[in-house]
Ligand binder design. Structure first.
Ligand SMILES: Cc1cc2nc3c(=O)[nH]c(=O)nc-3n(C[C@H](O)[C@H](O)[C@H](O)COP(=O)(O)OP(=O)(O)OC[C@H]3O[C@@H](n4cnc5c(N)ncnc54)[C@H](O)[C@@H]3O)c2cc1C
Length: 495
């Protein structure tokens, strides 16, 4: 069998792995996806229990065109597989002083709410949206939509454009220059958390995420977010991809510097022309490659600061809460302290911002009649010595529920079903290094250049797709990551 027609083994059926598998199969490659878990989707997962259904990972889907393009690349239309409904309001924000704001794409409605906070901020908000759109235009082609950036691509950005993206400011500083209201500053800064970063450290360029959501909108796949995973698995299977669940890979075989196959936990060896790992890159280096391969890079990866993790409570709640929307945020008083707790103390926030998503508001079948399925998420540090979830998890759960009670949502006596997912569970279930949601930290300005490349620099024929490689984490980004990795693999075959 020649290399060109040989099997491509994809390790992991996360969204990045499925996206790559679809592209490769659409290009005529034979592809097998080996997934350690019982179901596909990786961090995009679901739990069904006691009459409730919850999505356990992503809850906010943006960048609809990225998904449309993936289906189109396989000669299909997204609408044949998924019904993506626009979500309005995008998010309902609650503040400790009783202020409430519905973020919306409707500019008139947004302006009215902002004017009630600080009349000067109506102009400031529009200016911020323009700035974020400019960031998208300038940085998108460099950092998001194409192959990994090099210093050369970066130098292709004109000096004028370079200055227009505020390269030396943090996100918080860029926001402060445009809006005055502390509420609006906190709301706009929150977009840093979409890549597991702190608005007080992350570069201003990450404000591009605000553009993607506030202008591009949020989408909900009818039936639940997990429909995206099942739709991609269906499309992959139709294209001839073999998906094997409950098949952990324990070693990537390398001969003369080239990946030649994989060994599975049950002792089988599968020969491959190329291997594409959808596993956290640090986990690949520490667990799947032989220790003799690139020890210096492995150590460097292990030492890198990672993005934050999350603490999740899936709650079946008796009663309905008309004051809540599909997506809700309950902010704290001191946002700066929240990120200092996470990134400096290495412990979950003492006064957390709490996010609650309730899909049963749209899909009543996700909870029994008169009940709701709450997905509660709090930012948490990656696993480290300062906090032990096994010992301290119960007390932290109580703190999160107390926080909601302070907002008038004392659901404690009405919890009918419950599942908790800690950063340790994320590490165990998906191979995420230290349970980090988005790989290496985006808190440093130059980290977009330090992100592991989609082509392994140490082993020929080994590629990476997923949230820890270019262009980064989040469902649309890992979908793009699968595209980038598949393109590199196909290009190398022909080269
Ligand atoms: C709580 C939470 C909330 C989030 N919220 C959002 C959100 O609102 N919006 C958004 O866009 N994104 C969100 N994300 C991030 C998003 O879910 C991820 O960035 C994305 O799903 C990661 O995809 P991936 O391709 O990196 O693969 P992963 O999901 O990391 O999947 C990797 C797969 O590889 C498998 N695997 C690992 N090791 C092996 C092995 N040795 N052998 C075989 N298989 C293996 C794993 O089991 C897993 O299925 C959230 C994530 C979490 C956890």
């Amino acid at each position: 069998m020649t290399r060109k027609t040989g099997l491509v083994v994809v390790i992991g059926a996360g969204i990045g792995g499925l996206s790559a598998a679809i592209r490769l199969a659409a290009a005529g490659r034979r592809v097998a996806v080996l997934e350690q878990g019982a179901q596909v989707g990786g961090k995009m997962s679901q739990v069904v229990q006691d009459g409730y259904r919850w999505d356990t990972g992503p809850s906010v889907i943006t960048m609809r065109p990225v998904f449309e393009e993936l289906f189109a690349a396989a000669g299909r239309r997204l609408e044949e597989y998924l019904t993506l409904e626009p979500v309005e309001p995008l998010t309902r924000y609650f503040f400790p002083d009783g202020t409430r704001l519905d973020a919306t794409r409707d500019l008139a409605r947004m302006a009215e709410q902002i004017a009630a906070l600080d009349a000067r901020d109506v102009e400031g908000y529009l200016d911020f949206l323009e700035y974020a759109a400019r960031l998208h235009r300038i940085t998108g082609p460099v950092f998001v939509y194409n192959q990994p950036p090099t210093w050369r691509t970066f130098l292709g950005v004109s000096p004028a454009d370079m200055m227009r993206v505020d390269p030396w400011l943090t996100m918080d500083q860029a926001i402060r220059r445009r809006v005055h209201s502390p509420h609006l500053r906190q709301l706009l800064g929150r977009f840093a958390t979409y890549v597991g970063a702190s608005p007080f450290q992350a570069p201003a360029t990450l404000s591009v995420i605000a553009h993607v959501e506030l202008t591009g909108g949020v989408w909900y796949p009818r039936g639940g977010i997990y429909q995206i995973a099942t739709a991609l698995a269906r499309l992959a299977t139709e294209l001839g991809v073999e998906i094997h669940t409950r098949t952990p890979v324990i070693r990537i075989l390398v001969e003369h510097g080239r990946a030649t196959g994989v060994v599975t936990a049950d002792g089988r060896t599968l020969a491959a022309a190329s291997v594409l790992a959808n596993v956290d890159v640090t986990t690949v280096y520490t667990q799947l490659l032989s220790p003799e391969i690139a020890p210096a890079r492995r150590e460097a990866l292990r030492r890198r600061q990672t993005s934050c993790s999350g603490y999740v409570l899936l709650l079946g709640v008796e009663g309905e809460h008309p004051q809540l929307a599909h997506h809700n945020i309950f902010f704290n008083r001191d946002y700066r302290r929240e990120f200092a707790d996470i990134f400096q103390r290495g412990a979950p926030p003492r006064d957390p911002t709490v996010y609650v998503a309730i899909t049963s508001k749209r899909d009543p079948t996700h909870a029994p009649p008169g009940c709701e399925n709450w997905f509660v998420l709090v930012n948490a540090p990656p696993l480290g010595p300062a906090f032990d979830w096994e010992q301290q998890g119960a007390a932290y759960r109580a703190l999160v529920l107390d926080t909601l009670a302070r907002y008038g949502l004392d659901i404690r006596p009405r919890i009918r079903s419950e599942v908790a997912l800690t950063p340790a569970d994320l590490q165990r279930l998906t191979g995420a290094w230290r349970g980090a949601l988005y790989g290496i930290s985006s808190n440093q300005a130059l980290n977009a250049f330090r992100r592991p490349h989609n082509r392994c620099p140490d082993v020929r024929g080994l590629y990476f797709a997923g949230g820890t490689t270019h262009p980064g984490g989040g469902v649309p980004m890992v979908t793009l990551s699968g595209k980038v990795a598949a393109e590199l693999l196909l290009r190398d075959e022909h080269g």
